[in-house]
Ligand binder design. Structure first.
Ligand code: AP5
Length: 222
């Protein structure tokens, strides 16, 4: 096994394809996927104190306060599986405060992937998105419809996926993007996320394979 596992951050606008690519990255590289959106949605579904606090912000398409999200991420990153297998942080940091929190905890990734997708594509992707509440799989009405009638009957729409809320989420993303990415400018890798999901993954896969190879080489020589 690798004793210095990969640490990956993935960012990009709402519906740029982070969750979709993370499914593929996890299958290939076995990293622990930590999605703040997924973690928060699970808290909301379970009706926890965190979930009740987060719900109104999420449904309005706004950011949940930093202290709630940061505590959640710190707890998840410190678990043994993330240390052993490496991690894939999806949707965090999303504000300058959040990236400063990571610096304080001395948490830095090997690579900062940015999925770059034009605005007009993002709206279509959000509005057509459906989620399978049983498996957590992400679908799209036109691009990736559910495979079976059974799944088709149970998929749900996210409350923050209306056109109006997507526009608000996109604005918030744009307001924060530069401040957040400036912390990672020397390890940033921009990927064109407007292609097919297979084509996007091909680029990410070769990037991460190369990184992993380089890490093993450094360990053997050091
Ligand atoms: P979060 O769940 O992180 O939402 P997001 O960043 O807006 O990202 P999305 O989940 O909308 O999109 P995605 O990039 O994962 O795209 P996907 O793969 O699904 O956060 C939700 C909310 O939680 C926030 O608004 C906030 O309130 C709160 N929150 C989360 N993190 C926080 C933080 N750190 N601080 C504060 N608050 C926080 O793809 C989208 C659609 O497109 C799907 O239908 C998919 O099938 C389709 N698709 C994907 N790739 C392709 C492709 N290549 N071609 C065609 N279609 C594609």
């Amino acid at each position: 096994s690798i004793s210095d596992p990969l640490k990956v951050m993935i960012s990009g606008a709402p519906a740029s394809g982070k969750g979709t690519q993370c499914e593929l990255i996890v299958q290939k590289f076995g990293l622990v996927h930590i999605s703040t959106g997924d973690l928060l949605r699970a808290e909301v579904a379970a009706g926890t104190e965190i979930g009740n606090k987060a719900k109104e912000f999420m449904n309005a398409g706004q950011l949940v306060p930093d202290e709630i999200v940061t505590a959640m991420v710190a707890a998840r990153l410190s678990r043994e599986d993330a240390k052993q297998k490496g991690w894939l942080l999806d949707g965090y940091p999303r504000s300058l405060g959040q990236s400063q929190n990571l610096e304080k905890m001395q948490i830095r990734p090997d690579v900062y992937i940015v999925l770059d997708v034009p605005d007009e594509i993002l709206i279509d992707r959000c509005v057509g998105r459906r989620l399978d509440p049983v498996t957590g799989k992400i679908y799209h009405l036109n691009f990736f419809p559910p495979e079976t009638e059974e799944v088709n009957a149970r998929v749900i729409t996210r409350p923050d996926d209306t056109e109006e809320k997507v526009k608000s989420r996109l604005n918030i993303y744009k307001q924060n993007a530069e401040a957040v990415s400036s912390s990672y400018s020397n390890i940033t890798h921009k990927v064109d996320g407007s292609h097919s999901k297979e084509a996007v993954f091909k680029e990410i896969e070769s990037l991460l394979s190369q990184l992993q190879y380089d890490k093993v080489k450094i360990m053997k020589s050091g």
